[in-house]
Design a binder for this molecule. Structure first.
Ligand SMILES: NC(=O)c1ccc[n+]([C@@H]2O[C@H](COP(=O)([O-])OP(=O)(O)OC[C@H]3O[C@@H](n4cnc5c(N)ncnc54)[C@H](O)[C@@H]3O)[C@@H](O)[C@H]2O)c1
Length: 415
């Protein structure tokens, strides 16, 4: 009896402790299971091309986005490849080894345009999804082949630019989609640069497939494509100004080398979109370094002056009848340099089995549009576009970076 009374409270305490341990264990299993369901299934990525643009891609894909996991890089220049691998703590691998690695699902192609076709084709042939820097290829037929291959293999092909997913252009699209300028009627685009300087740093800019309309014009035409949809006709005039060049920079291996500009470096064009909008385009790579980027959309109830579509935070000025222009607040996030956003959107799209936004169809259409300008300038006839695409769905509004006080910007891709 004495023994029982002495030990009863202890007995109870043991019971309570055991119940607590068992309950805690069951809860932990539950939490773990839930955690496993919630965990983001990352996509393993390899980057090919370790040049100037690769740093921002690698930073974004490693630090900004949770959906991507960069495992390796490659460059035909072994020194550049090893330096980049060491900097980002990833593996330096031959392209053959990357292609043969079953754990690598997606290849990000950051090589120069001449190499794009071959890098993309090999990746698709080895069952990898690809996101490529612009343009997808040099020749139209190559682009067609790559799109057909991706489709046949049921693989994703996404193509830059992805700046149209930034807060600037997404806000412009919001303004147009919400009829704040009424019916969009006409557009004026102007882009000037100085390729006597640029192409002396990046020689591909004076080579076929790398000239101003392809290299930088694509930002404007992709932004417009995402807002207005496909074009149907284009006509153009072209001029090749001082095509003979000599490498001027003593710090480059091509110092003193002679080269010839591959295509017209000044183009003016007019375009008709399928939705009836008419556009006037001016591309001049032989001007001065002070850029004067213009992209203005005129509607039945307002004017929308967009900023430089090469940036993620291009500002939007809305003018209503007899009012002063008003700077429109950003409706979307990704205002800082977010190159790689198209890759992250594609990675989320793979997981969610939805279309990715920087689609090969839209990219091919823009590629055909620029080729159409060159063809029209050469033949003197109007070029009829053969391709079309569905406008990518806009990103959901409201995912601005509010730090602790809200979801992350990346959440905009996840829902
Ligand atoms: N530099 C920019 O500001 C910028 C901005 C946006 C987009 N881009 C685009 O990004 C791409 C790369 O531009 P970049 O400025 O980094 O050029 P870059 O010349 O600095 O780098 C390109 C790299 O690709 C490598 N390369 C070329 N062919 C290869 C191959 N077959 N296999 C492996 N590696 C190969 C080169 O050795 C080089 O290191 C281009 O398509 C360009 O249009 C550049």
């Amino acid at each position: 009896m004495g023994y029982f009374y002495l030990n009863y409270p202890l007995f109870n305490l043991e019971k309570v402790v055991i119940i607590l341990i068992v309950t805690g264990y069951i809860m932990m299993i539950g939490i773990n299971e839930r955690w496993d369901q919630m965990a983001i299934a990352q996509i393993n990525v390899a980057v090919v091309g370790c040049g100037v643009i690769s740093d921002i891609y690698l930073q974004s894909l490693q630090d900004k986005f949770t959906i991507t996991h960069v495992v390796a890089c490659n460059d035909r220049n072994p020194e550049k490849m090893r330096a980049k691998a060491a900097k980002y703590h990833i593996k330096a691998m031959s392209y053959d080894a990357i292609l043969a690695d079953p754990d690598i699902q997606l290849i990000v192609n950051l090589t120069t345009p001449k190499a794009h076709y071959s890098i993309i084709k090999q990746a698709l042939m080895h069952g990898k999804h690809v996101f490529s820097e612009k343009m997808m290829a040099v020749e139209l037929a190559e682009g067609q082949e790559l799109c057909a291959l991706a489709k046949a293999k049921n693989l994703r092909l996404g193509v830059a630019p992805d700046t149209f997913l930034g807060g600037g252009i997404q806000t412009a699209r919001y303004i147009v989609d919400h009829a704040l300028i009424g019916d969009p009627l006409s557009v004026v685009v102007s882009l000037n640069r100085n390729f006597r300087v640029y192409a002396d740093i990046f020689p591909h800019m004076n080579q076929r497939g790398g000239t101003l309309p392809f290299d930088t014009g694509c930002y404007y035409l992709t932004a417009l494509a995402s807002i207005l949809g496909p074009a149907k006709q284009v006509s153009a005039f072209g001029r090749r100004y001082q095509p003979e060049r000599v490498g001027q920079r003593t710090d480059k291996p091509w110092f003193g080398e002679k080269s010839t500009v591959a295509d017209d470096n000044i183009l003016t064009a007019t375009m008709a979109y399928q939705n009836g909008v008419l556009a006037t385009v001016h591309f001049n790579s032989e001007n001065i370094l002070n850029e004067d980027p213009q992209m203005t959309l005129f509607g039945s109830a307002g004017i929308l002056k967009m900023g430089d579509p090469n940036n993620f935070d291009s500002p939007n000025y809305l003018t209503k009848q007899l009012n002063d222009p008003v700077k429109f607040p950003f409706t979307h996030g990704f205002l800082e340099n977010s190159r790689g956003l198209g890759v992250a959107d594609m990675a989320w799209a793979i997981q969610q089995q939805r279309p990715h936004r920087a689609s090969m169809e839209m990219a091919y259409h823009v590629f055909e549009l620029i080729h159409g300008m060159y063809q029209s300038a050469e033949t003197g006839s109007i070029y009829q576009l053969q391709s079309t695409f569905d406008r990518p769905t806009p990103l959901p509004t409201g995912y601005l970076d509010n730090g602790f006080w809200g979801p992350t910007e990346e959440s905009a891709l996840a829902f």
